[in-house]
Each structure stands twice: as structure tokens, then as C-alpha cells.
Design a protein around this ligand. Sequence first.
Ligand SMILES: [Zn+2]
Length: 464
Amino acid sequence: MTIADLRIANADVVLPEGVRRVDLIVDGGVITEIVDPSVAVATTDVVDATGLHVLPGVVDPHVHLGPNITFPQSDADVSPETRSAAAGGVTTMLAYLMSPTPYHDVFPVAKQAMEASSVVDFGFHFCVVSRDQLDALPDYVRDLGVSSFKFFMNFRGEEGAYLGLPGNDDGFLFDLLQSCEANGAMLDPHAENIELVWRLRAAGLVEGRTALDSWNLARPDYVEAEALNRLAFLARVTGASVYAVHTTNALALDVLRQGRHAYENIFVESCPHYLTLDVDSPCGTYGKVNPPLRTASDREALWRAVAEGLVDTIGSDHVPRHRSFKEKDIWTASAGFPGLENLLPTLLSSGHNQRGLPLQRVAEISSTRPAQLFGLYPKKGVIAVGSDADLALVDLREEYVVHGADQLSASEYTPWEGETMTGRVRHTYVRGTRVFSVGQEFGAPTGRFLERRSSGATALEVSA
Ligand SMILES: [Zn+2]
């Protein structure tokens, strides 16, 4: 008789069909049985998880790593951020690699850095910024297992120069959509109409109620919504799958709802910060991000869109630049902030505990749906027999106060500083190995690269 590795016993487990008191049997990193607690199964280890809920490990589809958020190159780029991920119940992250040079050169460097230091599993998206990269897209899917691509609709003229990236136009976007469609890939565009931002800039900056409000007024909701409207139309014309990253506001949601009504392969991501922070939050310039934090009514529109299913996924848009880049005025502070460690806690605290968002819905938007859309399902994204034992064990009742100083990202701050969260990640397992427990040391890095041969509609067909 064979003996399995691990039993996670006496927890409430978030399964696709609902929350059930069942035990999980794990062997070789995979869930091999889901049994009633009364059923005897021989295992080497038993973890008594009484009082805890088990969710599928978070699949964070939106992470930036490395110097100036280009691509991870060293232990310092990877170790603190992936530990921060594990502490937030994240078991898989998809990181954006960003370079004007060919990804056949960049990819091995990033992959090696991650394999050497990551405590969670990982895949990549590539930011496509040049015609050469566009031409190589079929090879990226086939040779490198990368099937989703970022495009900056706002990088016109010199707008991307600060990241070393050339300008682009709608013609390039159209070609990129066609290539994604032809290769079973998905485009993840950053949607802002920069020409409308330039117009506002030329007219003179408007002082808002707060620094964050001034930033919001410089790149208002319609700047994002107009670009999404154009994107949805071009997706429909080309038949491409598109994924609206970091959606922030009610007007943008209206545009996406209409776009999806006409054409189904439009997918929507939002972020924990757009759901829980706004222009009146106390975080000040630490909360500067593109697109900007919006208003309280936009936050509530996003929660409704999460509940109704318009929002498919939640990504952290983690940016680990050090706090010193943020401790400036609102116009010169850098955009973006760390979020990996707070993604699941904000969904549990503000979503489940405060707004009654069902735990199955939390699991769908934080794990199942991103795994499905990015070609990882059902290996990732679900607690089911045959799936990887990637698990977040949480105490839904535990309260704690968020402090940047306690968090593991090298950025040394958080825009949620001082917020009380109800619902804490106690343990995180990746392929059956416990990689994080509150108050314990981390073990050796064991993160693995995940090849993804399709994304979007093609991935949904494969996983159905
Ligand atoms: Zn981003």
C-alpha cells in the first residue's frame, strides 16, 4: 500500500461547487484525493487546519519585477518579491518582461533569475514594443511558452522614453491584435489615450482636493475609457482576445460591458487598490499609479462588477520600486506600488467580510479565472483531484494592521499602511510544499517556470 505525502485536515475548503468540510490528500505535489474527514488515508504528514479556510493559491496575473520594472535579473529582484507573494497566498505569478531588445535574449536571463530565487511558480508576459518583436510573436508562443503580450496604448511619441521604449500607433496595435488572434495568444493593453492627457497638460494642471485627486484629474476616467472603447472595437474587428489590465472606473466598466455585449473575447482585470483606495485615501503620493486611483463611487462600481462577473480577474500590478521613488510631490513621484502581499487579504477583508462576496467568487477572480485565461488551468487555479496542491490557508476572522515595515517586498512601504484587515493568510503551499507560514523562516526557492501555449479564447477552449 502506498503512503501519500500529506493530509490537510479539518479545514473548510473552497471548492468550485462551494465551501465544504473535506480533507485534502496530496502526493507528489498534486491533490490526489478529496475525502470526508472520517475517511482514513495513509499519509506521511497530517496538518490540522482546524479553524482555517483553504482557497486555491492566488494566480496573480499582473506583476512587475526587476530594475525599473524591466525584467528580473538577480536574487535581489526576485527573492523579496516572491516571498511577499507567498505571504499573501500567491502561488503563481505572471510577470511582465519589458525590453526593446529581442525576448529570445531577455527570456533566459529572467527565467534563470526566477528559477534561482523564486518561492512561487511563475510565467511571463512580454511587452511588445517593436516591429521585430511583433514579427517574432509566433516564436515566443511556440519556443518560449509565452502566450500573452502587453501593449502600451499610451506610449506615443516620447511617452515611453523613460523606460527606453519607442512610440507606437493604432496601426501597430491592429497588426499586433491580428498576430495574437492567429497564434492563440491574448493582448493585455495598457489603455489610456495620451493625446487627451497632453491636451489637459497644455491647458494647465488642475488642483484637486488632494494630491491623488490632482493626479486623477490629470488623467481622468474618460482617458482610460476612450482607449478601451477603441480597443474593444479593434478586438471585435480582428477577432483577437483582449484583456483590459487594471480597470479603474465606472465609465470604463460601461464601455467594457457594451464591448463584451457585442463581442465576447474581451476580458477584464481590476486591482486591489482600485477596489479599496481612492483619491481621498491617506496614502498620498505612495498611492500614485497609472491609471490613477479614482473616487469612492468608482470603487463601488468595481465591487458590483466583481459580483456580477464583468470583472474576470484581480491582479496586483505589483511594482517594487523603493519608497524613496515615492517620497516626492505627486508630479515627480514614480507611478505604481507593491501589492502582491495584499491582494488576497483585501478581497477577504473588503470583499468577503465587509460586502459578503462569496468565497467561491473570491477563488474565481483570484485564481480560477486567471489560470483559465492564461493557459494554466486546471493544473493551476482550482482545488481538484489532479491539480497542483497550490493552497492558501487563511483565518477569515483574524484582524491585523498592515505595516510596510512588516511586509517582505524590498520597496519598504505599502499604500495600505495602517489599514486593519480582517482575514489573514496563515500558510501557503506550492505543489504540496509549505513555502510560507506566519512567523517562520522561508525554505529554499523551488519556483518553476510555467509554459503557456495559449491564452484568451484559445486557452478557454483547451481547458473546457
Ligand atoms: Zn502593470
